[in-house]
Design a protein around this ligand. Structure first.
Ligand SMILES: [Zn+2]
Length: 349
């Protein structure tokens, strides 16, 4: 039933009468079928502003992140109403990119669009869980939004909110005021950080693939809070109980956890790019679609190119070559040259 309604509406979206196209856009938003995302994105280029505005609104209802950039571009539409609809739709989607576009629209030439964008951002500040996005809100030239963001940050469990919050409240009045404001946040975070420091050697940031570092934020003359956080993204909300991090050459998977072991693919055979990770050892997996010589070469470059690590630290990393990984003599020699102990799993066993 809904499928028929969907098919009809998609067809109607390219009708020669704009009233039909507009109605079709509204319908597709109501039906809620995600297949409509691409046809609706195309309809954002319609020469009728009613169609463009309603297509934007429908995309907001579908909440599909694929529409973010198309809606972002629509914020530059010559019609105010279309821009305002795009802002509203981006607010409903609420992803990082959507928020970035909305921030840029805070300086829009139309007062109406500016106001609409502010209201939209304000209403989503409470739902945003991304610390970086909220921290960026603290910079906008709009007090109410800064306040909502500060409030939302105060509810986060992440120690990296403390610095930005201290700066924000200090700028409002003074440092003493700032410290009083964030006191409840510190009180809530302190036990978590105690826990983090106790389990420090088994923590891991899965998005940056880094082991944490220790830090300390000063809270007045005699007080400070010690914490553990990711050296790259700064988060203190970390994966716990990770005893070993294994870097994999030849994996087609993403990063994943298996009990106390975390696996990180170090080479992507599609993009042919290597990545850095704080690994404890390396595994080479069998993979027909990979040039091992190239992979090993790029991985070595990436692992060595990290400040804070003594040069040649990878010399101590053991490497396990799994059965079936057909390494060339060149790739084998490279492994022996750069890494520590090499263990080869024989196929016959
Ligand atoms: Zn991180």
């Amino acid at each position: 039933m809904d499928n028929k309604r969907y098919e009809q509406s998609v067809q109607m979206l390219t009708d020669k009468d704009w009233i039909n196209r507009e109605r079709a856009a509204v319908e597709l938003g109501q039906i809620g079928d995600q297949r409509a995302v691409i046809p609706l994105i195309n309809a954002l280029k319609d020469n009728n502003e009613w169609v463009r505005a309603n297509a934007a609104e429908a995309l907001g209802l579908l909440k599909n992140k694929k529409a973010e950039s198309a809606l972002g571009l629509l914020l530059k539409d010559q019609d105010e109403w279309v821009c305002a609809s795009a802002a509203e739709a981006l607010g409903r989607i609420g992803g990082i990119k959507a928020v970035e576009y909305l921030m840029s629209a805070l300086g829009h030439e139309s007062e109406w669009v500016r106001r609409n964008t502010r209201d939209t951002l304000n209403s989503i500040a409470n739902e945003i869980k991304d610390v970086q996005v909220l921290v960026s809100f603290l910079q906008v030239p709009y007090e109410e939004l800064r306040a909502s963001a500060a409030e939302a940050l105060g509810r986060m469990n992440d120690v990296c909110v403390l610095g930005p919050l201290l700066d924000y409240y200090s700028a409002l009045k003074d440092r003493g005021y700032a410290l009083r404001q964030i006191k409840p946040v510190v009180r809530r975070l302190a036990p978590l950080q105690k826990e983090n420091l106790k389990n420090f050697s088994h923590l891991f940031c899965p998005s940056c693939c880094r082991r944490p570092r220790k830090g300390r934020v000063k809270l007045g003359l005699f007080r400070s809070l010690k914490y553990a956080c990711c050296p790259d993204c700064g988060t203190s909300v970390l994966e716990k109980g990770i005893e070993e991090v294994v870097g994999v050459i030849g994996s087609e998977n993403g990063v994943y956890r298996n009990g106390p072991v975390f696996y990180v693919p170090l080479f992507d055979s599609r993009t042919r790019e290597a990545r850095y990770a704080d690994v404890d050892r390396i595994e080479v997996w069998s993979n027909a679609g990979i040039n091992y010589e190239e992979a090993v070469n790029l991985v070595v470059l990436e692992l060595n190119d990290r400040s804070g690590r003594p040069s040649g630290w990878i010399k101590s990393l053991p490497v396990t070559v799994m059965a079936g990984a057909g390494l060339s003599v060149g790739a084998s020699n490279m492994l022996k040259q750069f890494f520590g102990q090499i263990i080869v799993h024989d196929k016959s066993k």
